[in-house]
Each structure stands twice: as C-alpha cells, then as structure tokens.
Design a protein around this ligand. Structure first.
Ligand code: BT5
Length: 265
C-alpha cells in the first residue's frame, strides 16, 4: 500500500517575483495552458502574458502526446512571447527555454542536463536520464504577426507513484526535500526572461547549450517524423539548433524528431 502525499499548498501570487513587463495569472484548472494562451493570442492578447495553472487536465506534449500532472504537484505554465529576432532564429526558442529551465534548476539539481532538443533531465550516468521537465513551444499566427507560446511543465513534488512513466522524476524526489513552488516559479521565469536576449547571439547560445546537452557524444536512435529510425553518434548542434548525427555513411542533420539515447553496451 502507498501513503497519499500531504495536502499541497497553492501557489502564492503575492510572493511571486514576476519579471518586468510580464503579467502572471494563475487559474485553478485548465485543459492546457498552451491552448489557452494560443487562444488569447489570437484574440489580441499582447506578449508578456504568463498563464499558470494549478491543475492541467489535458496537458499537451509534442506530436499529440500528453503531459500528465496531478493538481498542485508541479509547475505547468505558458508564456506568450514575440521574439524580436529574424525568423531563422526562432528555431532556437525551444532550446533556449530548455537551457533557461536547466539553469534555474541547477542550484537544486547538480546533475540536471538537457537532452536534445529540449527535455530537461537528471543525468544519472545510465545514459538515459530521468525527465524532470517537458517543453512545448508553438508558433501561433495572429493578426499582429506570429507569436510564440512557450509551454513548460516541471515535475516538482510528484511521488514516484504519481509519475506517468518510468523514466521520469520530480525535483523533490531528487533532492529528498519539499520544494516551495512559488519560489521555483519565480526563479524559472526570471531565468527565461533574463536569457531571451541570447537569441540575438545564437553562436554563444549554441556553445552554452552544447555544454549542458548530454546528447552530444552519445549513440542515438533518431525517430524521424515519417517513422524511420536512424542510429548514429550525436556529433554537434548546428547554427539553426539542429542535431548533427554521424553514421558510417556520413553525417545527417535532424531539425525535428525524437532522439533516444542508446544505453552504452
Ligand atoms: C513534452 O512532450 O515533453 C512537452 C510537455 C509540455 C508540457 C507543458 S505543461 C504547460 C504547457 N501546456 C501544455 O499543454 N503543454 C505544455 P514530449 O517530448 O512529447 O513528451 C511527452 C511524453 O512524456 C509522454 O508521451 C509521456 O511518455 C511522458 N510524460 C507525460 N507526462 C510526463 C511527466 N509529468 N513527466 C515526465 N514524462 C511525462
């Protein structure tokens, strides 16, 4: 038998430090913060909205997958942004978001790392890692031009039983201590806000990202959007944020797809 976790406190907006120019709203429940923010953007909402929910009931992952989190156990939010950079640099936004979350968690989780393109995981040395945060960045067309909805789900307080998949973890499972979610949300928003400017200099972002990306140097299976799987060695990140994979037949680049770290033999 498993014991149920202690009642979880709500987020406390009065204690939240919101970055300058960002407007944070907390709602009790919503199907998906990304869907809600996209709808608000189409209805004319200005960039800078941060929508947080205590309970996301139909959270979305990439490629129509789902993101599952019990009420008040985690941080689930979306930020509406209009990056002031050339269209070619937009492909860096999901990677930048992963980098910002990784940087915000690094104090508490020394082994936090990134799996290309933007999974934040705790690298336990096994080669696979345990996912602590998922990111879904969507481009939305509005009458005022394209905007980005940056969705972040961080497992904060889940017990092992509350995690939907085996290769997942939460911050408190890793630290062995309760985590105060409002403070962590302030830190993550501050990190993302502070790093936005790095999109202007993708070469330094590329280097910083590569430093914390545990995919590089690994043997990977690349699951391509059409269903094909190709195995190779993850060699580098190119100037657009794509992964460069080496094989006996030469190198190929992957701009979109799923990567599985192959366990060392
Ligand atoms: C992601 O997709 O990792 C992106 C998740 C983004 C969630 C945020 S929450 C706020 C915002 N609003 C939304 O509706 N979404 C965003 P992907 O790489 O496709 O991973 C999804 C897969 O991760 C699922 O198929 C499960 O296997 C697994 N998964 C689901 N919930 C998880 C959790 N809480 N922790 C770890 N893994 C999970």
């Amino acid at each position: 038998m498993t014991s149920s976790p202690a009642p979880r406190p709500p987020l406390d907006l009065d204690r939240l430090t919101a970055p300058a120019g960002w407007r944070v709203e907390v709602v009790e429940s919503t199907p998906s913060t990304n869907a809600a923010v996209a709808e608000r953007a189409r209805a004319g909402e200005e960039p800078g909205l941060v929508l947080v929910t205590e309970h996301q009931t139909a959270g979305r992952g990439r490629l129509d997958r789902s993101w599952e989190t019990p009420a008040r156990s985690s941080l689930t939010f979306s930020v509406l942004l209009r990056p002031d950079v050339p269209p070619a640099s937009w492909s860096w936004l999901p990677l930048l978001t992963g980098y910002a979350v990784q940087a915000a968690l690094a104090d508490r989780l020394p082994d936090v790392a990134l799996k290309w393109p933007n999974d934040v995981l705790v690298d336990d040395g096994s080669g696979t890692g345990r996912k602590v945060c998922g990111i879904l960045v969507e481009r939305v067309e509005t009458s005022a031009g394209p905007v980005a909805v940056v969705g972040v789900g961080i497992n904060v307080d889940q017990t092992l039983d509350e995690l939907p998949v085996a290769l997942a973890t939460s911050v408190s499972l890793e630290t062995g201590e309760p985590v105060e979610r409002t403070g962590l949300l302030s830190q993550v928003l501050g990190s993302l806000h502070g790093l936005q400017g790095v999109l202007d200099d993708v070469e330094s972002l590329r280097r910083a990202y590569a430093d914390v990306c545990v995919t590089l140097g690994r043997t990977v299976d690349v699951h391509l959007p059409g269903g094909d799987v190709r195995r190779g060695e993850a060699l580098d990140i190119d100037a657009s944020g794509a992964l460069v994979v080496g094989t006996d037949d030469g190198a190929f680049t992957v701009a979109a797809g799923d990567v599985v770290h192959v366990r060392p033999a």
